[in-house]
Design a protein around this ligand. Structure first.
Ligand code: SF4
Ligand code: SF4
Length: 191
């Protein structure tokens, strides 16, 4: 009997104690969760400042990938019109995002810092083929964002976006501007 009363009092005390705390839930998608600095989301391929691709088609990332998610086909650079700074470049570079487990091994294996996993986590899509990200998509993620990441009810509240983007359009532009909370300035997409 006494045990029961004590447990009841403990239960009430626990409820009262937590009732005064601020809520820990986040009203997504209006508010994006704050991400840890080492968060591994959507990949991005990088260029040098002169526009040449960093990737030299060495395939080390593909070899390191435990999910066989990366396909690289290298080709020789034309010295007159090089694509990358190396002797070779990736003629085809694809990541199958359905296979990817976001381990980051590809990023660690790359000798020229050409690929990194970024802070974007809204990667849902409908068609299998849309999950195979091509080199163009990885080099220019703002342009080739998955089509259905756009939340019209939320993003259209931004007066700047409302002015620029028709409601039925899909939205590299929104993707370009969207930055999850907590992402340090140096990791933010370039405007
Ligand atoms: S993050 Fe891991 S699983 Fe995904 S592509 Fe890179 S190495 Fe493969
Ligand atoms: S991303 Fe890096 S590791 Fe992968 S093929 Fe290009 S240079 Fe090699």
């Amino acid at each position: 009997m006494l045990d029961g009363l004590r447990n009841l009092a403990l239960g009430f005390w626990t409820v009262l104690r937590h009732a005064s705390q601020p809520p820990t839930t986040i009203p997504y998608p209006e508010v994006k969760r704050e991400l840890p600095p080492a968060f591994r989301g959507r990949h991005r391929l990088y260029r040098h400042e002169d526009g040449l691709e960093r990737c030299i088609g060495c395939e080390l990332c593909a070899g390191a990938c435990p999910s066989s998610a990366i396909y690289v086909l290298a080709a020789d650079n034309d010295p007159a019109h090089p694509v990358s700074t190396g002797e070779r470049y990736a003629e085809i570079y694809e990541i199958n995002m359905i296979r990817c487990i976001f381990c980051g091994y590809c990023e660690e294996a790359c000798p020229v810092d050409a690929i990194r996993l970024g802070p974007e986590y809204e990667l849902a899509d409908f068609e299998r083929r849309d999950f195979v990200y091509t080199k163009e998509m990885l080099l220019d993620p703002e342009k080739y964002a998955p089509k259905r990441q756009y939340h019209a009810d939320v993003d259209q509240k931004d007066p700047e976006l409302r002015r620029e983007i028709p409601e039925d359009e899909d939205l590299g532009e929104v993707y370009r501007r969207h930055v999850p909370l907590g992402v340090p300035p140096e990791d933010r997409p370039r405007a």
